[in-house]
Design a protein around this ligand. Structure first.
Ligand SMILES: C[S@@+](CC[C@H](N)C(=O)[O-])C[C@H]1O[C@@H](n2cnc3c(N)ncnc32)[C@H](O)[C@@H]1O
Length: 232
């Protein structure tokens, strides 16, 4: 049963092949839980050389992605649908992609992702069709493809059926606002360092308590900012 669809508007569709071929996301696509399509913006260029960028008005360095191919690529997705999917432009100027934002986006049944390049896209595309700008962090990358893959990965793993159970992500870092507790696997003794006794006690209440305490402790150590009350 299809739970979520992504369409990616990009000038580098081949970059998405690895996430579609393998991994947990690839398996979810094969099993039909996710649908991920790439749309090559260049295919919609009306320029005789299939250009998708031009010089910025007002001068300055770099090129700007022209609005026509992006608009037509978007239309090719929307045409024939009886709803308008949310269009997210990956941009360093956008709302930060957090676990909370990922949980919000998983409620959409269909998201279109727009990947920019060069100096970015013509502002009129943002005014006309973009619903939200999303950033993956306060730094600048060369293109929106890696951010789109990051968004697809972190939103998809929250979609029911992609991971074995809700517990697989609800215990993880950032879900409840804390970092996850330390994890151990076999062997019991590795280079003289042993696994905490509570974890091998079989006492589930004690294990839960230990994990909660460790979660709080390592959040205080590694990310004290997460424990501060928000200004609002
Ligand atoms: C070189 S950047 C353009 C930056 C733009 N000139 C600015 O200063 O805001 C090219 C493209 O990469 C993508 N991009 C770069 N950094 C990003 C980030 N932190 N989050 C999401 N997308 C990003 C966007 O799609 C952007 O259009």
């Amino acid at each position: 049963m299809l739970c979520m669809r992504f369409d990616v508007l990009t000038i580098f569709p081949d970059m998405f092949t690895p996430i579609l071929m393998d991994s947990i996301i690839g398996r979810a696509v094969k099993s039909g839980i996710l649908e991920i399509n790439t749309i090559n913006i260049r295919d919609f260029s009306k320029d005789k050389h299939f250009k998708t960028d031009d010089y910025p008005y007002g001068g300055g360095s770099g090129m700007v992605m022209t609005p026509q191919p992006i608009y037509d690529a978007w239309q090719s997705v929307v045409n024939g649908l009886d709803y308008v999917p949310k269009l997210v432009y990956l941009s360093p100027q956008g709302n930060c992609l957090t676990q909370k934002k990922a949980l919000e986006l998983r409620e959409e049944k269909h998201i279109v992702l727009l990947c920019g390049h060069y100096e970015g896209i013509d502002e009129r595309i943002i005014e006309l069709i973009v619903d939200e700008e999303v950033s993956i962090g306060d730094y600048v990358l060369t293109g929106g493809e890696l951010p789109a893959m990051v968004l697809i990965d972190c939103v998809s793993r929250l979609v029911p059926g992609v991971l074995p159970s809700e517990e697989a992500f609800s215990n993880e870092s950032h879900y409840s606002g804390l970092l996850e507790y330390p994890q151990y696997t076999r062997p019991y003794d590795f280079m003289g360092k042993t696994v905490p006794e509570t974890l091998i006690s079989g006492h589930h209440a004690n294990i839960d308590k230990w994990r909660q305490e460790m979660s709080l402790k390592r959040t205080a150590q590694k990310r004290p900012d997460l424990l501060k009350p928000s200004p609002l």
